[in-house]
Ligand binder design. Sequence first.
Ligand code: GLN
Length: 445
Amino acid sequence: ASLEAISARESEVQAFLQVTPELALEAADRVDAARAAGDVLPPLAGVPVAVKDNMNLQGTRTTCASRMLESYESPYTATCVQRMLDAGCVPVGKTNMDEFAFGSSTDTSAFHPTNNPWDATRVPGGSSGGSAAAVAAGEVPISLGSDTGGSIRQPAALCGVVGMKPTYGAVSRYGVVAFGSSLDQVGPFGRTVEDVALAMDALVSGGRDRCDSTSQEVEPVFARALSGSVKGCRVGIIPSFMEADGLTSEVRRGVESAARALEEAGAELVDVELPHLDAAISAYYVIGPAEAFSNLARFDGIRYGYQEPDCRNLAEQSARSRAHGFGAEAKRRQMLGAYLLSSGIYDKYYYAAQKARTLITADYAAAYEKVDVIIMPASPMVAFEHGAISDPTQMYLSDMYTISINIAGNGGITVPVGLGESSGLPVAAQLVAPAFKDERLITFG
Ligand code: GLN
């Protein structure tokens, strides 16, 4: 059914970089055989899953939507993908993304853009735009994305699906191509909070992953959290966030209606202030590019990926391979990172960004003394048209509501709240919980 939905919708949506019918049918046959033998089936037996193309899955290429890795064959399967397979999922393909996860539109993919299933002239958001669009188009019920500054929560908002970034360290990143190692986190997309809860249980089952030193033991309590109650709980709302420049009135009203729904369900709304949050984007665009520059140094035209032919020496081979292999945004991030880490500059920006990070983390910790979760927008606006935002720094503002959560390391979930009254497009709210209290995102979601 999933492969049929993909053939029906893909020419319009273009969510996938690679569809894997052989892998899917093999896995589906294994489920059928287990069922015929009367075996106890795993919890997600036969559920189709799509994974972002920065995650290794043996038998597929892992391209990160970059010419640099166009023909790179996955040498092994990432832990997060393996856990979905162990839970019985059927892998149907690899989804489109912004090149190396740099972006908020999926338009920086070196191969093709992805179209928003609600309106093909618009972007699905990014960088995990293919994973969000595949779920929104009904091509798969569950997909995986990665979120460094909002790349699960912002595309979920623009596509009208649920997307969750768990606490940093909750899900293993072994086998996921690194962008910002202190920020990256894997998480699921689904049509409902329930589907996301089931995927989360699969992702954390099996305990901490010894192959990722930041991975932590998390109990699979997510499905159980669906029946939790919000009665008597406190929900924080940040007044300055709700009045921010750039927040459209239809998104603001959508978030307010979600807050009222929580109130009607018995929660109490409490104002909280996080005084250093306005430094989050600046800190992110220092820490993110610095880490990206370090991580992407491995693509040197020798060890991995694209290798320019006919070079006279190693230096030329590296320079020409990188010049050809990386697109404009990937080059911009690496040049920025190289500059920020150079001597003299490093002390001025990198240390300042790390100090801002400590203050923002402390702000969240202080807020959670007063409230159980915080509600805020996920994206300041609904899905925008392809090419509508051409200034990169304007594009960086798409993540004004998601970035501080990666900086502080806690978890967040995007939940659709309806269609905007002026655009008719999906509007979402974001819930944010204290670190390693991600099950609250499910209960409140
Ligand atoms: N849009 C943000 C960026 O461009 C976040 C990307 C992400 O989370 N991978 O860096």
